[in-house]
Ligand binder design. Structure first.
Ligand SMILES: [Zn+2]
Length: 214
C-alpha cells in the first residue's frame, strides 16, 4: 500500500480534491494545502492538557445547585448521579455517569494513546487506530448531553414551586473541557497514523522527504 505522499500527491483537507505535491493552495476551494499538518501533535497535546485541566474543577465544584425554601444543596457530577439514583431514576443517573465520567475519561485516554503511538513512530494496526479516531470524533458532538440532562432536570423541578435547580460552576468548566477535547481531536492529523504505519511482518522505513512538507 502506498500513501499519497509517496506518490507525490497532496489532498485538500477541505474538499478532498487531490493535487500534485507542492501546490500551495487548492485550485477548487482555495484551502491551503499541506501534505502534513506541521504542528499537529503540539496542538493536540496543548488542547488535551487544557481540556484535562478544565475537567478537574468540573468534578470538584457543584454541577447542580438545588434550592428549597429551607435549604440549599450543591451536588458534584458524581454526587448528583448518586442523588438521582437514590430517587429511583436509575436510567437518568446512568446517562449522567456515562456522559460525564466514562465518555470524557475514555476520550482523554484514546487521544493520548493515538498521539503517543504516532510519536513513537511505529503504528501497528493503523486501521484500528483510524476507527478509534473516528469514534472519538463522532462521540465529541454528543458529549454535551450531560448539560442537556441538567437543563431537563431543571425544567422538571421548576414545575414544582418548592425547589429550584440551577447549574453550578462545574457546568461551565465541564463545557470548556468538552470543547477543548473536541479541538484536541480535530487537531490530530490522521495522516500521521499512516506515516508511522508498520505493515504486518515489516520493519518501519524512514519517511521519504517530500516537497509538499512545510
Ligand atoms: Zn479544496
Amino acid at each position: 500500500m502506498s500513501t499519497a505522499r509517496e506518490m507525490g500527491l497532496v489532498t485538500c483537507t477541505a474538499c478532498a480534491r487531490v493535487w500534485p505535491a507542492g501546490t500551495p493552495e487548492c485550485g477548487r476551494c482555495g484551502h491551503r494545502l499541506q501534505s502534513r499538518h506541521a504542528g499537529s501533535l503540539q496542538m493536540v497535546w496543548a488542547f488535551w492538557l487544557t481540556g484535562l485541566l478544565c475537567y478537574i474543577p468540573a468534578n470538584i465544584y457543584p454541577m447542580l445547585v438545588t434550592s428549597t425554601l429551607v435549604s440549599t444543596e450543591a451536588n458534584t457530577i458524581v454526587g448528583g448521579a448518586v442523588e438521582i439514583a437514590r430517587h429511583g431514576e436509575i436510567a437518568i443517573a446512568a446517562i449522567v455517569l456515562i456522559a460525564s465520567v466514562i465518555i470524557p475519561v475514555a476520550k482523554f485516554i484514546a487521544i493520548a494513546y493515538l498521539a503517543v503511538s504516532v510519536q513513537r513512530g511505529r503504528v501497528h494496526g493503523a486501521h484500528g487506530k483510524m476507527h478509534l479516531y473516528e469514534i472519538v470524533e463522532f462521540i465529541g458532538r454528543w458529549s454535551m448531553i450531560d448539560v442537556f440532562v441538567v437543563a431537563i432536570l431543571s425544567a422538571l423541578v421548576q414545575l414544582s414551586v418548592v425547589a429550584s435547580i440551577h447549574p453550578g460552576s462545574a457546568a461551565l468548566t465541564f463545557a470548556l473541557s468538552v470543547i477543548f477535547t473536541m479541538l484536541s481531536a480535530r487537531s490530530f492529523d490522521t495522516r500521521l497514523i499512516w506515516d508511522a504505519h508498520v505493515p504486518h511482518g515489516q520493519t518501519a522505513a524512514p519517511l521519504p522527504p517530500s516537497p509538499g512538507t512545510e
